[in-house]
Structures are given as C-alpha cells and as structure tokens.
Design a protein around this ligand. Structure first.
Ligand SMILES: C[S@@+](CC[C@H](N)C(=O)[O-])C[C@H]1O[C@@H](n2cnc3c(N)ncnc32)[C@H](O)[C@@H]1O
Length: 184
C-alpha cells in the first residue's frame, strides 16, 4: 500500500507523540540521563536578565513536563511569577503539574492542554516567551509564520523571546533524490 502525504504526516506526528509520552512516563525530571536531565543552558543564562524584576510573566510553548519552566519558577527571586505552559499532550501537562507541586512552584505554573497553533497569544502580555524544540512541530508553514507574528506582538517592551528550533533535518526522496526538507 502506498502511503499518501496526509497519512505520512499523521504517522510521523503519532511517532513523535509516542516518543515524547515514552520519555515523560519513564524518566524523572532532573534525574534522568535523557534531555530531561536539566534545563537548557540558554534558559539558565537568561535568568540574570530578570534580576531586577518584581513580576515576571512567562509563556512556554510546547512546555513538555516543565524542564525549563520549573527551573524559571524556582530561580526567579521576585514576588510574582506566572508561567503559562502550553502542550498538546495531556500526559505532559498532567506530569508538569505534578512536577510543579513537587518543586513547590505549583502556584507559579499554569498547565494548558492545547496545540500551539490554537493558543492565542494576547498582545503585550509576557516578559519571556520560550519555545524550545517546539515550533518545528507546528502543522503548517502558515501557522508557523502566524505564530511568529503573534509572539512578536505578545512580548512586552524589553522582554525576551527564546526560540530553539531543530532545523538540521533535510528529507530526500531516495528514488528521485528530490529534496523536501527546507531549513527554517
Ligand atoms: C522535544 S519536546 C520539548 C519540551 C520542552 N520544551 C523542553 O525543552 O523540555 C516537544 C514538546 O512539544 C509538544 N508539542 C508538539 N507539537 C505540539 C503542538 N503542535 N502544540 C503544542 N505542543 C506541541 C510535545 O508534546 C512535546 O512535549
């Protein structure tokens, strides 16, 4: 049976979701030999930029189980910190909320089960917008560019946008050698 493009995309997305669920349900945050071992260095380095802030509002798109957000919630020394964590997987948000409670930052973290494509970013709302290994999962190029412009509207003056995107994937049809994957 020949797989069409829609079926192929569905299969790839399902495999990605399964591999995330596998890691999230078998590995413990910050106590694992996988990528859940620690927050990314860029996020660790960014925190000093907010040292004078009394209030910090953060949006974490494709948050997973809180690898970066829980670190931010624990590190921020100001009084008010609220982090909106958006992920398409309900399992991820369920574990994120457990992790936040275990790390005593449950009151700083809000889990939202939603596709990034469907989460509307309100204008001028966040001091930090993060998307770590997440925007490459958006379902179309148009939704991707729409989300970039929403991000640029959603960040407050002086805020920081941190986007980490895996872009080294190039897909080549082995029969025709036609290149499909465009680097973002
Ligand atoms: C590689 S993980 C990174 C998780 C987290 N940002 C981190 O650095 O630990 C990608 C995450 O994006 C989520 N994801 C994938 N596609 C998504 C989408 N369209 N909308 C929201 N989340 C999505 C996955 O469920 C997964 O938790």
């Amino acid at each position: 049976m020949i797989e069409n493009t829609v079926e192929r995309l569905h299969r790839i997305r399902q495999n990605e979701a399964n591999s995330h669920i596998d890691v999230y349900t078998h590995e413990k945050l910050y106590d694992s030999d996988t990528w859940l071992k620690k927050p990314i260095k860029t996020v660790q380095d960014l925190m000093s930029s907010f040292s004078g802030y009394k209030e910090l509002r953060v949006l974490d798109l494709g948050s997973g189980v809180g690898r970066n957000s829980i670190y931010i919630a624990e590190s921020f020394q100001g009084e008010i910190c609220s982090i909106d964590c958006v992920d398409i997987l309900d399992v991820a948000i369920e574990i994120l909320e457990k992790n936040a409670a275990e790390h005593n930052v449950g009151n700083r973290i809000k889990g939202i089960v939603k596709a990034i494509e469907d989460f509307h970013i309100t204008e001028d709302s966040y001091d930090l917008i993060l998307a770590v290994s997440a925007l490459e999962h958006i379902d179309s190029e148009r939704h991707f560019t729409d989300k970039l412009s929403e991000i640029s509207q959603g960040i407050r003056d002086g805020g920081i946008v941190c986007l980490v995107i895996n872009s080294e994937v190039t897909e080549i049809d082995s029969a025709t050698e036609k290149v499909f994957g465009a680097k973002l």
